[in-house]
Design a protein around this ligand. Structure first.
Ligand code: GDP
Length: 432
């Protein structure tokens, strides 16, 4: 999601403008020099395009002089934003502080739009033309308070944003795509047969849906799922055909085509390198993950606790993976599969509202700031969720983070928001 930063002297109406852009009726707080406000990024939308608005005013509350405060804002805005809105009070005109800020903004390659705020009527609007002298191009006369001109400004913001990614999501979603993978003999075809028996239906074609001929539509837990590359499963069950290399390619293809993978492991044997490789393929592909320990009927009652402990250790790198202990042979807990798939997919598609994300992050970095290295500690400014399927987050910082601190933030992010059954990506965008 692109970021739009709002920069300007105190009292030019930055927060009023932010409120106008996010279209939320909330108490309008005017800028007061020296007064600390908690500022977080907000989700905004215009003409169907989503973006994040950041009011940069709150980051330097201690700054003694206004020029320094606005310079710091501008620096942060330039480092983090895709588009900068530079707000000027058109009833006052351009001040020295404004001009200093403009010089800094113009040195960056970022698009800057000049907002001539408080243009509440036509005569002020006409006067705002004088702001051409700032050298930022056309001023956009806006009354953030009354809304005048804000539509034109937002149209210009959309123009200046980077091109949106092409829409790939189909309007109407077909069945969810599941890959059933695992090394030979873990019981993949047995599970497929069990599902077919329990649910009475392996549907090969459903009117109005297009399914790859190598896939099957299967009822699991009262819902139709598209099991990708079941042709491969059946074939392999019949004869020991193909090399391991070929099987591995086929597994990668199935994972790639799926939204969620069920990795089948054999509970009666230790977790092997090949098992780990398949688990790694799923997480690297960024797919939701359910691990099914099959042949649980072969595990002695008195060994179960010990086995769970061993499994925890083997899977310590992916503690978030959902686990079910099943038996394709007896049908044990096979009904736990569908709820696990649903939970994993839900996590995979979770979007955390920007306000909530940053409220949590602010508290976290306040309680546990980045350790000081060589007299300095980078600050985490804010975060946005850049995407879903799986959830991807970007941390905007004043400098590179220690790997350990980044892992700490990732771990806490999971503690707070869950994401059971889904990988989560966290990247850092340090300001230059
Ligand atoms: P695939 O290669 O992964 O498709 O594995 P198969 O479904 O062909 O199963 C391999 C072997 O494991 C067969 O002999 C199955 O009967 C056996 N098997 C599969 N699931 C279970 C189970 O839950 N319990 C037990 N005891 N045996 C199983």
């Amino acid at each position: 999601v692109p970021v739009v930063a709002v920069v300007g002297r105190p009292n030019v109406g930055k927060s009023t403008l932010v409120n106008r852009i996010i279209g939320r009726r909330q108490a309008v707080v005017e800028d007061t020099p020296g007064v600390t406000r908690d500022r977080v990024p907000y989700d905004a939308e215009w003409s169907g395009r989503q973006f994040t608005v950041v009011d940069t005013g709150g980051w330097e509350p201690d700054a003694k002089d206004r020029a320094a405060a606005i310079a710091a804002q501008a620096e942060i805005a330039v480092a983090t934003a895709d588009v900068v809105l530079f707000v000027v009070d058109s009833t006052v005109g351009a001040t020295d502080v404004d001009e200093a800020a403009v010089r800094m903004l113009r040195r960056s390659a970022k698009p800057v739009l000049l907002v001539a705020n408080k243009a509440d009527n036509q005569s002020v609007e006409l006067e705002s033309a004088g702001l051409w002298s700032l050298g930022l191009g056309q001023p956009y006369p806006v009354s953030a308070l009354h809304g005048r001109g804000s539509g034109d400004l937002l149209d210009a913001v959309l123009e200046a944003l980077p091109a949106p990614p092409p829409v790939t999501e189909p309007e109407e979603r077909g069945p969810r795509r599941v890959a059933l993978v695992g090394r030979p003999n873990v019981g993949k075809s047995s599970l497929l047969n069990r599902l077919a028996k329990e649910e009475r239906a392996v549907v090969d074609a459903v009117a109005g849906t297009t399914v790859d001929p190598v896939d099957s539509l299967v009822q699991i837990g009262g819902e139709t799922w598209q099991l990708v590359d079941t042709a491969g499963l059946r074939k392999r069950a019949g004869r020991a055909s193909g090399t391991e290399y070929y099987a591995s390619l086929r597994t990668a293809g199935a994972i790639d085509a799926a939204e969620v993978a069920v990795v089948l492991l054999d509970a009666s044997e230790p977790i092997s390198e090949q098992d780990q490789r398949i688990l790694g393929m799923v997480t690297e592909a960024g797919r939701a993950l359910v691990i099914a320990f099959n042949k649980w009927d072969l595990v002695d009652d008195d060994r179960r606790y010990q086995l769970e402990k061993e499994i925890d250790r083997e899977l310590r790198r992916i503690p978030w993976a959902l686990r079910v202990n099943i038996s394709a042979k007896t049908g044990r807990a096979v009904d736990k599969l569908a709820p696990a798939l649903r939970t994993a997919l839900e996590s995979w598609e979770t979007r955390v509202p920007t306000g909530q994300l940053n409220q949590w992050l602010t508290a976290l970095v306040q309680a546990t700031p980045h350790p000081v290295r060589g007299g300095r500690a980078p600050r985490v400014l804010f975060a946005t969720q850049a995407g879903t399927r799986p959830p991807r987050f970007v941390l905007f910082t004043t400098g590179p983070l220690d790997a350990g601190y980044q892992r700490f933030v990732e771990r806490k992010l999971r503690e707070e928001f869950g994401f059971a059954g889904s990988p989560v990506e966290v990247s850092v965008r340090p300001r230059k």
